[in-house]
Write a protein that binds this ligand. Structure first.
Ligand SMILES: Cc1cc2nc3c(=O)[nH]c(=O)nc-3n(C[C@H](O)[C@H](O)[C@H](O)COP(=O)(O)O)c2cc1C
Length: 208
């Protein structure tokens, strides 16, 4: 089966992409606007690089063309905190996805606890197992209505016991969830290993 996106409408393209590009990690992103803090989840999210540590997420405009509060806030103050969403905060993350009027603090609506950040002004969320304080490097206005935010991580916070002395993150303790299509989510339960094969010497520094 071949499908040419130019023959599909945006909803159809969205269905194919969000059905096939799975599972997607979920960043619960806090920002700070003139009317106070804001929190919203984004699954068009990933690591973007490691020199320096970088993350990216993509924010679409609202159906009526309005920019979402997250983008409006980032244009005002180019700082944010990314929180990895795990099973324990899944329901509360979902409350933060409600399109409340600008200025409504989703953290209060969701019953999440705001903590002060150290290197950026937007607050962080106590209940999330991982917080990454970030500064905006670029906002790329892409296509008809998306804004890809590229940010540098300037400080990591992990709940105690998640990272060991070798800096390995315990996936079971982290217990992240993944977004599938529509209202569907996935848990991570079964793991397996693949050793990388090398021709000749094993490189000193592995770069994926
Ligand atoms: C799990 C999940 C993932 C989402 N991912 C995105 C995304 O990647 N990009 C986006 O624009 N909206 C995404 N949304 C919708 C936004 O969270 C929603 O529009 C939110 O109200 C935006 O908030 P804001 O206006 O406060 O920025 C997602 C919603 C959920 C529940």
């Amino acid at each position: 089966m071949q499908l040419d996106p130019s023959t599909l409408n945006e909803k159809e393209q969205y269905k194919l992409m969000t059905g096939a590009i799975v599972p997607r990690p979920i960043a619960l992103v806090t920002t700070l606007g003139p009317l106070g803090p804001n929190a919203a989840p984004f699954s068009l999210f990933n690591m973007a690089g490691s020199a320096p540590p970088m993350v990216m997420f993509s924010v679409g405009n609202q159906g009526d063309g309005r920019e979402k509060d997250t983008i409006q806030n980032l244009r005002h103050l180019p700082e944010f905190v990314v929180h990895i969403c795990n099973e324990a905060i899944a329901e509360r993350m979902n409350v933060c996805a409600t399109d409340y009027p600008t200025g409504v603090n989703e953290l209060v609506k969701a019953g999440l606890t705001a903590l002060p950040s150290s290197k950026v002004k937007p607050p962080r969320i106590a209940e999330s197992p991982v917080h990454m304080e970030c500064k905006v490097m670029q906002i790329i206005d892409a296509g008809e209505r998306h804004h890809v935010v590229l940010g540098e991580v300037v400080l990591f916070h992990f709940h105690d016991g998640i990272v060991n002395e070798q800096l390995r993150v315990d996936i079971v303790k982290l217990n992240p969830i993944g977004r599938l299509s529509g209202p569907n989510y996935a848990r991570l339960r079964e793991f397996f290993k693949l050793q990388r094969q090398f021709v000749g010497e094993v490189p000193k520094q592995l770069v994926d």
